[in-house]
Ligand binder design. Structure first.
Ligand code: IMP
Ligand code: MG
Length: 186
């Protein structure tokens, strides 16, 4: 156990370690069935998706490669403003590849919309999205997410890769962040 578990900022557990493991295994089975016979390229969005992606790919009995992108949306720690910029691009050319974008959480959907437009222009053979969490506020982009781990309410959550100001990524479960830590209006 690390000290983050004892942090008063960590509220109610939304998804336990066990529930995460089960759902990730289910997603793996679903993805493996649909991509059977194809070689997959998983594109992880840094940093939050790393934890999910590492677990997900171990549930995939397929040949798969990984690559990463880092994207910044300007804004405060808990609010994405909509202006998106690539901080680190892919190393691999994705033309004619079967690409599965792995995201930690979709909130407004702005990051995802930008990313999909950008990746689509590189002519992959196929392009789908797997997100561990989709918030209610993402209803407009929900249909573009082929694989969804959990649909959740519009609350700020941390753990299993998800951070608040870079903290709490190492929690093995996902918890709601205590309201008192959030800026006004969240
Ligand atoms: P969007 O562009 O509004 O969909 O924001 C997506 C990004 O915002 C995610 O990749 C996260 O980095 C961050 N984010 C959104 N909601 C949460 C949350 O509840 N906890 C932690 N990070 C979040
Ligand atoms: Mg973040």
């Amino acid at each position: 156990m690390n000290d983050a578990h004892l942090d008063p900022g960590v509220g109610e557990v939304l998804v336990s370690e066990e529930q995460l493991r089960e759902r990730v295994a289910e997603l793996g089975r679903e993805i493996a069935a649909e991509y059977e016979g194809r070689e997959l390229l998983l594109v992880g969005v840094l940093k939050g998706a790393v934890f999910f992606m590492a677990d997900l790919m171990r549930e995939l009995p397929l040949f798969c490669e990984v690559d990463f992108m880092a994207i910044s949306s300007y804004g405060s720690a808990t609010d994405s403003s909509g202006v998106v910029r690539i901080l680190k691009d892919l190393d691999i050319n994705i033309e004619d590849r079967h690409v599965l974008v792995v995201e930690d959480i979709i909130d407004s959907g702005l990051t995802l919309s930008y990313l999909m437009r950008n990746l689509r222009s590189r002519a992959p053979a196929s392009l789908e999205v797997c997100a561990l969490f989709v918030k209610e506020s993402a209803h407009k982009v929900r249909k573009t997410v082929r694989y969804v781990g959990f649909d959740i309410a519009d609350r700020f959550v941390v753990g299993y890769g998800l951070d608040f100001a870079e903290r709490y990524r190492n929690l093995p479960y996902v918890a709601v962040l205590d309201d008192s830590l959030l800026p006004e209006g969240m």
